[in-house]
Write a protein that binds this ligand. Structure first.
Ligand SMILES: NC(=O)c1ccc[n+]([C@@H]2O[C@H](COP(=O)([O-])OP(=O)(O)OC[C@H]3O[C@@H](n4cnc5c(N)ncnc54)[C@H](O)[C@@H]3O)[C@@H](O)[C@H]2O)c1
Ligand SMILES: [Zn+2]
Ligand SMILES: [Zn+2]
Length: 355
């Protein structure tokens, strides 16, 4: 089958196979895969990952085959894939925090072969491929009427961004927020803030072309960051005391510091961006004295079997934008073109289509 393999370079290949199912697994025909910056981070070395690997972790498709012990998913179901694959049996799973399940980290699954050689699956998903194998718990069944290109983006961008607002920050209506970095993640933070009735909602991006999308997804203000712009002063003009929530969606220590410095008393900074492994960021200790917090957030503190049906309902009632996230679709052979367009800042999300 066809897949995009990371070997130190990105190769579109036809000699990729996926192994037979274990009892608790499903085989999914991938229809659409969103391009997330975390895939780019493997390619540019920010996130170390062994090779060869099938990248891609934001996907949706149709179930082709189920293992003998699978009970909740059947052949023909339309599914959004998640990266967690939590065990469902530990303390963290039982208390409703699957992102804290230790089975979800460090598990290097390798269900593929490339020219006969074992190949890894990025983020337990490996959806830069026509077909993948995941645990049953990673395939969340959705309404087949939802276009799969739109649904694919729930698998990371929506869970991470909207989830960070609704599950981690949990703002009250009317609270103010700053969002730095308006890519696929930042746009979903913005729409989460709009769903939570926050305001003002201030979007910041180095690319001025992001303003229209930022406002479409809920920003009440937009600041184009740059060497000649004092972002902090511009934020203080809107919120003189600082903001209740600041979301860093780039992965840059200087922007993490800026987010912390712009908090109002009692405010929280939520870290979504992933800088290079081992990066450090600093803050002035006294500046946190007035009940300020720094919150890490992995995968939107998601509970996929709760959140994905909720996001589908919000989409159907017109409150969550999915179709508008898909700026352009590409064939797998055009992956470099899609990455270039993403870097050029022209896109909300680029989606590869496989079927
Ligand atoms: N915490 C998680 O679970 C999780 C999940 C997915 C992605 N991520 C991370 O979130 C980050 C964003 O991912 P994405 O897919 O939205 O990326 P993206 O490439 O789509 O968007 C990044 C945006 O940041 C902007 N930007 C870059 N430098 C900037 C600067 N100095 N000031 C202001 N804006 C700047 C870019 O113009 C772009 O709009 C990445 O670091 C990614 O790895 C984290
Ligand atoms: Zn991602
Ligand atoms: Zn568990």
């Amino acid at each position: 089958m066809k897949a995009i393999v990371w070997t130190g370079s990105l190769e579109v290949r036809d000699d990729v196979e996926v192994r037979d199912l274990r009892p608790n697994e499903v085989r999914v025909r991938v229809h659409a895969t969103g391009l997330c910056h975390s895939d780019v981070s493997v390619v540019n070395g920010t996130i170390p990952f062994p090779t060869p690997a099938v990248l891609g972790h934001e996907g949706a498709g149709v179930v082709e085959e189920v293992g003998g012990a699978v009970r909740k998913v059947k052949v023909g179901d339309h599914v959004v894939l998640t990266t967690l694959g939590n065990c469902g049996q530990c303390d963290a799973c039982d208390r409703g925090q699957p992102t804290h399940c230790r089975d979800t980290a460090g598990r290097l699954s390798a269900p593929f072969t490339v020219a006969g050689e074992k190949a890894f699956q990025f983020a337990n998903a490996g959806v830069f491929a026509e077909t993948t194998v995941v645990k049953e718990t990673q395939a969340v069944v959705i309404d087949p009427e939802v276009p799969l290109a739109s649904a694919s983006l729930i698998g990371c961008a929506v869970l991470t961004g909207t989830g960070a607002v609704l599950n981690r920050a949990r703002p009250r209506p009317g609270q103010s927020a700053l969002v730095i970095g308006i890519g696929g993640i930042g746009l979903n933070v913005l729409q989460g803030l709009a769903i939570a009735n926050c305001g003002p909602i201030i979007a910041v991006d180095a690319n001025p072309a992001k303003e229209a999308a930022a406002r479409q997804f809920g920003a009440t203000h937009f600041i184009a960051a740059g060497p000649d712009v004092d972002t902090a002063a511009a934020v203080k003009e809107i919120c003189p005391q600082g903001v209740d929530f600041a979301f860093e969606c780039v992965g840059h220590p200087a922007l993490i510091r800026q987010s912390i410095d712009l908090l109002d008393w009692g405010g929280s900074c939520v870290l979504l961006g992933v800088p290079k492994l081992g990066s450090e960021a600093s803050f002035v200790v006294n500046s946190l004295y007035n009940d300020k917090s720094i919150l890490g957030c992995r995968y939107g503190a998601a509970r996929p079997h709760h959140d994905i049906p909720l996001f589908i309902d919000l989409y159907k009632s017109g409150r969550l934008k999915l179709d508008e996230l898909v700026s352009a679709t590409y064939q797998p052979e055009q992956v470099q073109e899609a990455l270039d367009a993403m870097h050029g800042g022209a896109l909300n999300r680029a989606v590869l289509t496989w079927a």
